[in-house]
Design a protein around this ligand. Structure first.
Ligand SMILES: NC(=O)c1ccc[n+]([C@@H]2O[C@H](COP(=O)([O-])OP(=O)(O)OC[C@H]3O[C@@H](n4cnc5c(N)ncnc54)[C@H](O)[C@@H]3O)[C@@H](O)[C@H]2O)c1
Length: 257
């Protein structure tokens, strides 16, 4: 039995993680964590009486194998550090961590031979899109990314867009050539080693992304669309089983599929 703690258990993604854990016979929810909650009775959240609810990291005293985190960008680094230090294998979906923070956590987990994953996107369509973009980047020198999310998303660009840009940069091995432009209204978007990233925040979207490659007389668009957040749980489940076998922190679901 794989014992799981869900951090951000009563948020939108946290609830889906709880549902996924509860519907898999080899997974057991042992605790939920959220410092914002006052109520610690699991029944109030529709959870079994054995599930412990914590609102302070220092109170967490349960044995667990996995720490799933769907919390908030400002808390995810401390939460993940806590999980690693206590031997809980982190399965981190929360976005917003800097590259430096991610590398620090990787060093910490690797030094303890602890498996784990930080994935900006647990959706299979998004991860495959990133893989296909990496292949295309070898043949097209120029590309731009357009990511579209719901209006409540706090951070921009999305972790997936940033990760896509990173993979494109790694595949090319050099910065994308910049064309001079006159852009007083800053309409050309953000920039990652020359790849422009445009972030849309509008009601109606869940999480979509397009990567557009431009070449001489042709373009290639790779596009993925998330219509239901339930889709992320396929990747989370896959990741849980994979990190139980790993002895280091993996960055990106694309590394394990
Ligand atoms: N990797 C992926 O595939 C993926 C998919 C969707 C969303 N996300 C990310 O997951 C995160 C959560 O998204 P959401 O839509 O569920 O947000 P949400 O606002 O619905 O839920 C976040 C929850 O975290 C709680 N919280 C606040 N501080 C906390 C802390 N210190 N520790 C633990 N919990 C805390 C909040 O009270 C809330 O219940 C976001 O960063 C989002 O971008 C990732």
């Amino acid at each position: 039995m794989i014992k799981v703690i869900v951090s951000g258990f009563n948020g939108s993604m946290g609830q889906k993680a709880v549902k996924m854990v509860n519907s898999n016979a080899d997974l057991q929810l042992v605790a939920g964590f959220n410092p914002v909650v006052k109520e610690r009775n699991p029944a109030k959240y529709g959870l079994a009486k054995e599930v412990k609810i914590f609102n302070r990291l220092e109170d967490i005293d349960v044995a667990a194998d996995i720490w799933i985190d769907f919390s908030i960008p400002s808390a995810v680094y401390e939460n993940t550090k806590f999980a690693i230090e206590h031997g809980f294998r982190p399965v981190i979906g929360t976005s917003g961590m800097s590259e430096e923070q991610t590398q620090q956590l990787k060093k910490l987990a690797d030094s303890k031979n602890l498996g784990g994953i930080i994935a900006s996107n647990f959706g299979l369509s998004a991860v495959l899109m990133m893989k296909f973009a990496q292949v295309a980047a070898k043949y097209f020198d120029e590309s731009e990314i357009v990511e579209k999310h719901h209006e409540d998303k706090i951070d921009a660009p999305s972790g997936t867009a940033l990760n896509t840009a990173r993979l494109i940069y790694e595949a090319r091995g050099h910065d994308q050539v910049q064309h001079s432009n006159n852009d007083p209204m800053k309409t050309r978007g953000g920039d990652y080693h020359g790849t422009k990233i445009h972030a849309l925040r509008l009601p109606g979207f869940v999480a979509d992304e397009e990567v557009i490659f431009g070449g001489t007389g042709e373009t290639l668009t790779i596009s993925q669309s998330t219509t239901d957040r339930e889709s992320f749980m396929t990747g989370v489940k896959l990741a849980i089983h994979e990190v139980m076998k790993q002895d280091h922190l993996v960055i990106g679901l694309e590394k394990i599929i």
